[in-house]
Design a protein around this ligand. Structure first.
Ligand code: SF4
Length: 347
């Protein structure tokens, strides 16, 4: 297997108090300087092999979309490394990123907001083709755009219409066509079906998988719903509050979920598969604020299995079986807990 993308200890945060005066606070009669920082992504690592679908799943606000935007360099990473085809692209500027923008494409959650309402569909698809010189001239770009429209299930005569003349599912097909137009190698699909009706979701997922089989590209697939990624993923990472708490192959995650958070997410997925783990566990409370991260295990305030150590010692990811890692004190055992404490993994 050849790695196409590798993310190592990626960190992303946003300072809410960039103005110096905003940082000044009065505490116990004294003026102190305080910054409010949103810790959106807290040191995550994963890789995607060529031709593979890797999914990041977790509740809204867990940092998965921020991860996607950081990888594609819409946001500059605050720490860690991004390797694409073994090349370190972490600090590349906009000019150096330009050729890579052709190779790494993004499909957005809201197809309407991501399409220019003043452009006809054919122009939406032709524009990136001409910019990245995938087509030598307008005629070639037009012919290619018609072919791509047919591939995504739209009719050639629809090329002259505007985005508002399409349904939500059709607009997502246009978004997919625009990504395909530049012959990408990696597609980052950020919640591509969550804004669509359930009946349309399956059609779009099937389309994405058919296109992958035909063109051989890889996906980083972002979703909050495990049932959406169940059939399309090769491997998954489960995110909680900016961290990956479990990762492994689709079979490992769905047949043998290890982390309590994964087990709770899975228990809320309706299934008729007898082999699936369906503990009746419920997720308590709201996801904590990324401005004020909890101590120890970030999940301890909501976890039905939390122990004393969970409040102060950070569980590290540990490989429990080949390629299957999880970060939980229950899995580490007492020896692992002591080891983590000794290494100073406290917060
Ligand atoms: Fe729950 Fe503790 Fe495991 Fe965190 S480390 S998931 S709080 S048992």
């Amino acid at each position: 297997m050849i790695k196409l993308l590798e993310v190592k200890d990626l960190v992303q945060s946003f300072n809410l108090t960039s103005d110096f005066l905003d940082k000044l606070k009065l505490k116990n009669g004294r003026v102190t300087i305080e910054s409010r920082v949103v810790n959106a992504v807290n040191g995550i690592s994963f890789y995607i092999n060529r031709g593979e679908v890797f999914s990041l799943v977790g509740e809204s606000g867990c940092g998965k979309s921020t991860t996607a935007r950081t990888i594609i360099k819409i946001l500059e990473p605050k720490g860690g490394k991004i390797l694409y085809k073994d090349r370190d692209i972490t600090r590349l500027g906009p000019k150096e990123m330009l050729p890579l923008r052709k190779e790494i494409q993004m499909i957005f959650q809201d197809p309407y907001a991501s399409l220019n309402p003043r452009q006809k569909v054919k122009d939406i698809i032709m524009e990136p083709m001409l910019f990245h010189r995938v087509a030598a001239n307008k005629d070639e770009a037009y012919n290619k755009s018609i072919e791509i429209l047919k591939k995504v299930g739209l009719r050639p005569e629809q090329a002259n219409r505007y985005p508002h003349q399409f349904s939500g599912g059709q607009r997502q097909r246009i978004g997919i066509a625009r990504a395909l137009a530049v012959e990408p190698e990696l597609i980052i699909a950020d919640e591509p079906v969550s804004a669509l009706d359930v009946s349309i979701q399956a059609q779009i997922l099937n389309l994405l998988m058919d296109l992958k089989d035909e063109y051989g590209f890889s996906y980083l697939f972002i979703a909050h719903d495990l049932s959406v990624v169940r059939h399309i993923s090769d491997r998954l990472g489960v995110m909680y509050l900016g961290c990956i708490v479990e990762k492994g192959s689709k079979e490992q995650i769905f047949s043998n979920p290890l982390h309590p958070y994964t087990r709770i997410l899975l228990s809320s997925v309706p299934t008729i598969d007898e082999e699936s783990i369906t503990d009746s566990l419920e997720l308590k409370g709201e996801i904590p604020s990324p401005i004020d991260l909890p101590s120890g295990c970030y999940f301890h305030k909501r976890c039905p299995f939390a122990k004393e150590i969970c409040k102060k010692v950070v569980p590290q990811l540990k490989e429990i079986e080949d390629g299957h890692e999880a970060a939980c004190h229950i899995l580490l055992g007492e020896e692992g807990d002591r080891d983590n404490e000794k290494k100073g993994y406290t917060r």
